[in-house]
Design a protein around this ligand. Structure first.
Ligand code: BGC
Length: 394
């Protein structure tokens, strides 16, 4: 009798326990649902990335939206080190070329993922004249200045201004003060760059700058994309569309000749979507000079300001990217100088054409080209420009 009593009270105890567990689970599930509803549209995680050779601490910020797009940015060069987007099956992969660690970013310089400044692309013979004064710049590309000089914005540690999260987006704001005559450029230039990941799967890059002396400025983002997510593959199988009737012709130094040439009946005509491989090896003087595509397209409708200017699509993965900007030009560079010497994180190497860049900007060498849109910034003005990379899969 006593044993059956124990059994029934044990049973009772278990029933209570199970009911309890059941209730708890329901409560927890409710909490989860509740939390999910309240979750931020974008999460931001900060971590230590490393220390530069000269002892500066570098941070990494990883922004992720609820859809699953994830972008990592380091304060060294304000670089995008990874950008994960979904393919048509919903598989997320990194689609931007990068290195495994800070040491490699400091050592080699194809400008992977970098913020480029003070002047994106080449300034002929590393000099220009502004209001009667000749400025001599650092030369780091033969006799020319490329992407700001020996120590451009891609090689400095940016200050973190802060992160913000609103109803539809999350942002990281960075800043850098480029001192008067740094790399030869006049004026103390205060620069802010804000990366914003949005609910709608787009990444905005907002650039703002002011100067205390008249100067020139041309900031851009130098991510190399490979929408396949497989960096051992060439990007020539991507389809590209660029809304531009003309491109900036270059000479053998890749310096603009001053001519804005029509794309009509040339390998530079991307007004209708076409494969990169269609024209990249064409017998064409400009293609030969660039070793492929390494030119600035004269984007249509600059009067509209911020507008859709380009698209890229990779049919294998179904990944699709759209670019919007208010800038007059876009350098389409097909990674022609990558030569299989730099290590990819998966153990492979980055071969020629394993990534392409869409660098929205003023035209190269504008400070020496009176007929190009002006890249001059005066102390009374603010340089503000926005570029968006928007991702989808189909
Ligand atoms: C330029 C290339 C240059 C590359 C450096 C591009 O923006 O157009 O000519 O070699 O940057 O990685």
């Amino acid at each position: 009798m006593s044993s059956s009593k124990i059994n029934s009270s044990t049973m009772f105890f278990f029933i209570i326990l199970m009911l309890n567990f059941g209730c708890k689970e329901v409560v927890e599930n409710d909490k989860k649902t509740e939390n999910k509803e309240m979750e931020d549209p974008v999460s931001i995680v900060e971590s230590n990335y490393g220390t530069t050779a000269n002892g500066e601490k570098v941070k990494q910020f990883t922004l992720q939206n609820q859809g699953g797009i994830q972008v990592s940015i380091i304060t060294y060069g304000g670089r995008i080190t990874s950008l994960k987007t979904a393919d048509k099956e919903g598989t997320y992969k990194n689609i931007v070329l990068g290195f495994e660690n800070l040491e490699q970013y400091e050592k080699s310089n194809p400008y992977f993922g970098a913020l480029v400044g003070r002047y994106g692309n080449r300034i002929s013979k590393g000099k220009f004249n502004l209001n009667g004064t000749e400025y001599i710049l650092a030369k780091n590309n033969g006799e020319n200045n490329l992407h700001g000089g020996i120590k451009g914005f891609d090689k400095v540690v940016w200050k973190v201004e802060g992160t913000t999260i609103s109803d539809s987006e999350g942002s990281l704001k960075l800043s850098y003060l480029s001192k008067d005559m740094e790399e030869g450029f006049p004026g103390n230039l205060t620069t802010f760059v804000t990366y914003t990941l949005k609910k709608d799967n787009s990444l905005d890059v907002l650039y703002e700058a002011t100067t205390d002396k008249t100067t020139v400025i041309n900031l851009t983002q130098h991510s190399y994309f490979n929408l396949s997510g497989d960096f051992s593959q060439s990007i020539v199988d991507h389809k590209v569309e660029i809304n531009a009737d003309a491109f900036v012709k270059v000479d053998s130094r890749l310096i603009p000749t001053g001519e804005l040439a029509s794309v009509e009946s040339t390998p530079f005509d991307f007004r209708k979507t076409r494969l990169i491989s269609d024209g990249i090896n064409a017998e064409n003087e400009q293609i030969e000079l660039g070793g492929g595509y390494d030119h600035c397209w004269v984007l249509n409708h600059p009067e509209k300001g911020y507008r859709s200017v380009a698209k890229a699509y990779h049919s294998g993965s179904g990944r699709y990217m759209e670019v919007l900007t208010d800038k007059p030009g876009m350098q389409f560079y097909t990674g022609n100088f990558l030569n299989g010497t730099l290590p990819a994180p998966n153990g492979g190497v980055y071969s020629k054409r394993s990534g392409f860049c869409f660098e929205t900007q003023f035209f190269p060498d504008s400070p020496n080209q009176p007929n190009f849109p002006s890249a001059t910034l005066k102390p009374e003005d603010t340089y503000t420009t926005k570029t968006t990379f928007k991702f989808s899969a189909e």
